[in-house]
Design a protein around this ligand. Structure first.
Ligand code: CUA
Length: 278
């Protein structure tokens, strides 16, 4: 080795350092290859800029193989809930609309980071039926701990679905036109982060879904049945603890001491959203 260094005109110390660095670099690559090939561990890859991957979607690509494009944003995954048959290989493409998020499917080796401007990709095969919760594992703000999803692996399932995602060819839902009052209410709901806990697509999160909330009958924790109307919403926005819907104990919602005007706007939004958008 020393002779080789002399021939190349490299001082011995520098030469040794170079050799060590080279061995470490090659060893690192070999370990990655070993993990991917022998241990069958998913080595996450980064896919470069394909705008079609930045929109939430779900589709079958082969028999037993589905592709899902998950978009992370504060504080939700779209789609959040995915239902697939046992034996499915899920090809996950992950992107972020705002800050850095994580996507970890519990009890699996699939663990990706959602980095704004980049697309993460990994595959996972589900051979065991069950529920696989998904967590955001990068701290992303006050709603971080609420950022969850779920993958349901069902034996004998005929049609795989991603809740809230249209399948290709399915007609787009009609555009919903809100009144100015309801538009303002929508902005209020974003301002206070309501949708972090109340889904718009029927998914059960920390609080009851906003989908179809207006006029819905709810059973409260004390057994009384109420119909969601203006009075109920008004009270629940200001004092969430007053009447809690069964299944949502303990109450996680803080009281919102917000101006009456905003309360009215929120109510208008919830009424129009749940009666127009189905
Ligand atoms: Cu998203 Cu933590």
């Amino acid at each position: 080795m020393r002779r080789l260094f002399e021939k190349l005109g490299v001082p011995v110390l520098e030469g040794n350092v170079l050799v060590v660095a080279l061995v470490l670099a090659v060893g690192h690559l070999l370990l990655i290859a070993w993990a991917a090939i022998r241990l069958q561990i998913n080595v996450p890859t980064c896919v470069v800029s394909d705008p079609t991957l930045l929109e939430p979607s779900f589709q079958q690509v082969e028999e037993d193989r589905y592709q899902v494009n998950v978009v992370a944003s504060m504080w939700k995954f779209e789609p959040a809930t995915i239902r697939v048959p046992v034996g499915t290989t899920l090809d996950v493409f992950l992107s972020s609309r705002d800050v850095i998020h994580g996507y970890f499917i519990k009890d699996t080796t699939l663990n990706l980071m959602a980095i704004p401007g980049a697309i993460g990709n990994a595959q996972i095969r589900f051979d065991e039926p069950g529920e696989y919760p998904v967590f955001c594992h990068e701290y992303c703000g006050s709603g971080h701990h609420l950022m969850m999803g779920n993958i349901e692996v069902v034996a004998g399932l005929e049609t795989a679905v991603a809740v809230g995602i249209r399948s290709p060819g399915e007609a787009a839902p009609p555009e919903v036109a809100f009144s100015p009052m309801a538009e303002a209410g929508k902005a209020v709901s974003l301002k206070y982060g309501c949708v972090a806990c109340h889904s718009l697509d029927g998914t059960k999160l920390v609080g009851p879904t906003f989908q179809g909330i207006w006029g819905r009958e709810e059973t409260l924790v004390d057994g009384t049945v109420i119909t969601v109307d203006e009075d109920y919403l008004h009270e629940s926005i200001l004092q969430p603890n007053a009447k809690i819907v069964k299944g949502y104990l303990p109450n996680m919602m803080p009281p919102l001491p917000i101006p009456e005007e905003e309360v009215q706007q929120m109510i208008a939004y919830l009424r129009e959203f749940s009666t127009q958008a189905k």
